[in-house]
Ligand binder design. Structure first.
Ligand code: SF4
Length: 375
């Protein structure tokens, strides 16, 4: 495996708002490229400009710990960082891919985040995360830690084809169980569900059942995207070897849209299956407020609650304007509770105003709690 040590110019990727999927306000890519080599990986797409062969030529940001220390230093004059989790994972690498065994860049980053008192959310497909249990526990005691594993199903044989370099799903779930038994919050990013491969009701039912047994506190689910170019070419190569008769079905649902999205008809039917199966398994479909409410400021808490509500309603096929209000609130400079007329905020009408006032007083709202509870 060719590894190139590179020096990055900066390391923290700040977001414009706290993300309601990961509850993060910033993240980092400590590596570029990923030997987990998932067939569907979006990081392969040309827009990310990853040099070389994505699954082979790994770049290690060798100065990442030094940069992180500098960027977190409270005496720096730059704008203060927001609240929420620092996300390790996602993007164009997995922070616990095999090269981490040698370089320990992720471990060093965790040490610094622990020292500076930042909450951390880690998303991975590797059991190597267990090596850092001591640091994750330390962060959890001081601020908060969240450990998430991503899976496309819990079928080890399918994973060997579509995620050949990652730990097996059974091992990921076993590791999640270990963290949960030892007092660390965590759950599953059930994504992507692979069309016509892992999206059958039978496989999804087994997946939800396994996730529940592992002690997951949430599932955050999403369908697959497939952008034209390197991502689609690579995926089709693997799919053809697995079962070439599926290609026409893919051409029917992926119509060359610039975001790589499948048709809304496909996603709607996937959502319906997920919702109906989850009536049996009853796992929250977003990271629950109880796992993050104390690390967000007032505006971010309101914004995330409204955005999660927006997602849950749309998942059921209902329309919602809460997403618009959520965005407006995330951009405010002053606490919402200091604004006398909440209707001045774009997207806030009488119903949303009522919800916001309830959140200001109680920290949550009944409507949200009801939607998060699985009936
Ligand atoms: S683990 Fe994540 S970054 Fe790595 S190949 Fe798989 S999807 Fe891509």
């Amino acid at each position: 495996m060719p590894v190139a040590e590179i020096s990055a110019k900066s390391i923290l990727r700040k977001q414009k708002r706290v993300d309601s999927w990961f509850i993060s306000f910033c993240g980092m890519n400590l590596y570029r490229g990923c030997t987990h080599n998932c067939a569907y990986c979006d990081g392969r797409h040309e827009k990310y400009n990853v040099n070389g062969v994505f699954e082979r030529d790994i770049e290690v940001k060798i100065n990442a710990p030094e940069l992180l220390k500098k960027e977190l230093d409270p005496s720096r004059k730059s704008a203060p960082l927001g609240k929420g989790f620092v996300l390790l994972g996602g993007g164009v690498n997995d922070s616990y891919q095999p090269v981490e065994k040698k370089y320990e860049i992720t471990r060093q980053a965790l040490k610094i985040l622990a020292e500076y008192g930042y909450p951390v959310h880690i998303l991975t497909k590797s059991v190597l995360i267990k090596r850092d249990f001591d640091l994750i526990q330390k962060i959890n005691k001081k601020t908060k830690a969240l450990v998430s594993f991503s899976i496309s199903s819990t079928d080890d044989n399918i994973s060997k084809v579509f995620e050949p370099g990652a730990s097996l799903p059974s091992e990921r779930l076993e590791t999640l169980s270990y963290f949960r038994r030892n007092g660390i919050n965590g759950g599953i990013f059930y994504m992507p569900v692979i069309p016509f491969v892992t999206d059958t009701p039978k496989i999804m039912d087994k997946t939800l059942s396994d996730i529940k047994s592992a002690g997951a506190q949430y599932i955050v689910s999403s369908g697959m995207t497939l952008k034209s170019g390197k991502q689609k070419e690579h995926f089709f190569k693997i799919l053809s070897n697995y079962n070439s008769s599926l290609i026409p079905s893919y051409n029917n649902v992926y119509k060359e849209n610039i975001y790589g999205s499948a048709t809304s008809g496909y996603y709607n039917s996937l959502n319906k299956t997920l919702l109906s199966l989850n009536k049996i398994h009853k796992i929250p479909l977003r990271i629950p407020l109880s796992l993050f409410s104390d690390i967000l400021n007032e505006n971010d808490r309101i914004s995330v609650i409204l955005d999660q509500l927006d997602y849950l309603l749309k998942l059921k096929g209902q329309s919602s304007l809460y997403g618009f209000a959520s965005y407006s609130i995330s951009q405010l400079k002053h606490p919402v509770s200091e604004i006398a007329d909440l209707r001045q905020i774009k997207g806030v009408g009488p119903v949303t105003e009522k919800l916001i006032r309830e959140i200001i007083i109680t920290g949550t709202c009944n409507y949200y709690e009801k939607e998060m509870a699985i009936k």
